[in-house]
Write a protein that binds this ligand. Structure first.
Ligand SMILES: NC(=O)c1ccc[n+]([C@@H]2O[C@H](COP(=O)([O-])OP(=O)(O)OC[C@H]3O[C@@H](n4cnc5c(N)ncnc54)[C@H](O)[C@@H]3O)[C@@H](O)[C@H]2O)c1
Length: 339
């Protein structure tokens, strides 16, 4: 039984709570948040996606306002970090050095140099570090990856990915709209697609990006073109400058040689396969979401079970580097070479 402590009980911390709580191989023994109100478990939590809205029953769980005390007292095997991004590196390194495995939300950290210090600490301590790139596990995206790998409908020719939303308003002290703490929507939101593109097609040879400045001049809406010298044509658009009633939408259209796959989180059914020869159909999807599946993968990894190769800390760092290249490209209005 994995003894876990959750650090940061805001929107994503509550999502982590739901996932850990539902897994029979884990027990939440502690939670930590600087905000005492959160430690009651009873507060209205907003967010851009379903799964974190329920009140939490913390009656048999130790509560802490300080990570050091939790690491000292709670006899943990793992921590699940859902802190604001600018706190990821220091909390991760502290936990690894205390001898516990770390699941840390994406983006891995504020910049690639910080990410490297997290990787160094994981290597030095021999503990597992997994970053919350949930889209690699999200059923409709995992399906696309598997379909392309299977070769059933031939190679991917081109694809567009979209992740757009109303401006997030729920974060603690509004940290998410401060580019120095969150990195703007490019780093916080669009990184999901940048990471998935890397997972699907490998690191591009270059990237070209245009950005719309938003809060405090952060890159809050970006359109990125991933350039593969001999590969597919890939575009991803992401940002949080939509009007409030728009809500949240993630979507893709992927055109393979013998089929087109379309996904749209705002439609029902969300995913459709349109074969060049045959009828459109909707494939069966697992009932769990990417959050539950990524945490299950982490639990399997730290309990010595065999897991498929889905992600590494090095790839999570590469995704941060990809965003850094996109922002540089947008600033200089020119493509940035990566390989
Ligand atoms: N995977 C996804 O789809 C997804 C979605 C949203 C957010 N995120 C990521 O999750 C992380 C958290 O985002 P959020 O939306 O939950 O933010 P949030 O502001 O809702 O929650 C952060 C929580 O951390 C607490 N906190 C702040 N400093 C602390 C400290 N020093 N010690 C303990 N607790 C502290 C705050 O009180 C708050 O409850 C971010 O990195 C964000 O990018 C991921």
């Amino acid at each position: 039984m994995v003894r876990v402590g959750i650090v940061g009980l805001g929107f994503m911390g509550r999502m982590h709570f739901r996932c850990w709580n539902a897994d029979p191989n884990a027990k939440i023994v502690a939670v930590c948040d600087v905000d005492n109100d959160k430690l009651s478990g009873q507060f209205a939590q907003a967010g851009n996606i379903e799964g974190a809205q329920d009140n939490l029953d913390l009656s048999n769980i130790a509560t802490f306002t300080n990570l050091d005390n939790m690491l000292k007292e709670a006899q943990l095997d793992a921590v699940s970090i859902a802190l604001p991004t600018y706190l990821h590196a220091q909390a991760t390194i502290k936990a690894l050095q205390a001898g516990v495995h770390v699941f840390c939300e994406k983006p891995m950290a504020l910049d690639s140099a910080e990410c490297q210090t997290m990787i160094d600490a994981a290597e030095k301590t021999g503990k597992t570090l997994q970053v919350g790139h949930c889209i690699r596990f999200w059923p409709e995206y995992a399906y696309l990856k598997q379909l392309i790998q299977s070769g059933q409908y031939g190679n991917l020719r081109f694809a567009t990915f979209t992740r757009i939303s109303a401006t997030p308003t729920w974060s603690w002290q509004n940290w998410i709209l401060d580019p120095k703490k969150a990195g703007g929507a490019a780093h916080d939101l669009h990184i999901h697609d940048a990471d998935f593109v890397q997972y699907l097609c490998g690191l591009p040879n270059a990237v070209f990006c245009q950005a719309v400045p938003g809060f405090d001049n952060g890159a809050d809406h970006v359109v990125a073109q991933y350039i593969y010298n001999n590969g597919p044509v890939i575009t991803a658009e992401g940002g949080w400058l939509c009007a409030d009633p728009f809500g949240f939408k993630m979507a893709y259209n992927a055109v393979l040689e013998k089929a087109t796959i379309s996904f749209d989180s705002t439609q029902s059914p969300t995913i459709k396969v349109h074969p060049a020869a045959g009828q459109t159909f909707t494939p069966e999807m697992p009932q769990k979401d990417g959050y539950a599946l990524e945490i299950h993968h982490f639990i399997q990894s730290i309990t010595g079970q065999k897991v498929p190769d889905i992600l590494t800390p090095q790839q999570s760092l590469q995704s941060v580097k990809l965003i850094e290249a996109e922002i540089k490209s947008a600033q200089n209005a020119t493509p940035v070479k990566l390989t």
